[in-house]
Design a binder for this molecule. Structure first.
Ligand code: FES
Length: 284
């Protein structure tokens, strides 16, 4: 807002306030004027005081006693009998009150529920798990994976991101062709794996020494791209579709794709060091 406009607005506000003060003061003086006595009234009062002053005490006494003090007695008074309120009518009123209270409470509860639902839906549409989440520029993500020894975790997406080797793409196309959004990520050089173990749902941690995922709950193991290597899990790790928009990696957490069947090993990656779990997996 420009300075002249501010000054003009300030002047207008002062003029309005001044007008209000003036009108209020005028109204006050008018009210005071309304209570003032006219000259005639004052004159009549003065003459009344003068005549009262000339009257003697005896005259006052006789004037007072001349007024009758008898109590007037009425000939007959009609007495109306008291009728108790109709219990049914009272019950009806009470019922109406409770009905109204119930409807009001239900409306308030429904309103609050509706508001919460709208808030929840609004939050879902504005980001968070269940929506498309931009996790950063693809180059930065790949750099992050490297500098974090092969694994990047994105809590908002509940997903692990690891690198998918380019020389395994031919095998990937044969295995993941039915999941184009997953394959698109592999072609961009990444996989986004759902953190939830497909066995019984534990969060699967990475194991930097073996370069696998190793679930501490029952010992399921998966290679770095989430293909099953051991343990009781019925398949490889589930995963999300990804897209690269203007160089930004977006994970679509709105849909979970089932992990590959047991035996799929597109990268051929074996454990690259000691396992984090004592059992070291198994041949399930
Ligand atoms: S929950 Fe992961 S192995 Fe059972």
């Amino acid at each position: 807002m420009s300075t002249p406009l501010i000054i003009a607005l300030a002047i207008a506000a002062i003029v309005i306030l001044g007008g209000l003060v003036f009108v209020t003061a005028a109204r006050k003086s008018e009210v005071r004027g309304a209570g003032a006595l006219s000259r005639e009234t004052k004159k009549r009062d003065r003459s009344a005081v003068a005549s009262a002053a000339t009257a003697t005490g005896r005259a006052y006494e006789s004037a007072a006693t001349s007024t009758s003090t008898e109590v007037a007695v009425l000939d007959s008074v009609e007495i109306t009998e008291w009728v108790a309120p109709d219990p049914e009518a009272l019950g009806e009123t009470r019922r109406a009150f409770f009905n109204r209270a119930t409807v009001t409470l239900m409306s308030a509860s429904l309103g609050a529920f509706g508001a919460s639902l709208l808030g929840f839906l609004w939050m879902g549409s504005s980001g968070g798990f269940g929506s498309k989440i931009a996790v950063g520029k693809i180059d930065d993500v790949l750099q992050g994976v490297k500098s974090n020894k092969g694994f990047m975790y994105y809590p908002e997406a509940r997903a692990w991101v690891t690198e998918y080797p380019k020389d395994s793409l031919a095998k990937a196309r044969a295995v993941y062709g039915s999941q184009p959004a997953v394959l698109a990520g592999m072609e961009a050089g990444v996989v986004a794996l759902y953190q939830k173990c497909p066995h019984l749902g534990c969060r699967v941690p990475d194991c930097k020494s073996s370069q696998w995922f190793e679930c501490g709950c029952h010992g399921s193991m998966y290679n770095r791209v989430g293909e099953k290597k051991g343990g009781p899990a019925p398949r490889g790790m589930d995963r999300f579709g990804v897209a690269v928009n203007n160089g930004v990696l977006v994970i679509d957490t709105g849909a979970v794709f089932g992990g590959p069947p047991i035996g799929v090993n597109t990268t051929g990656q074996e454990a690259e060091g000691p396992h984090c779990l004592a059992a070291g997996g198994g041949g399930h």
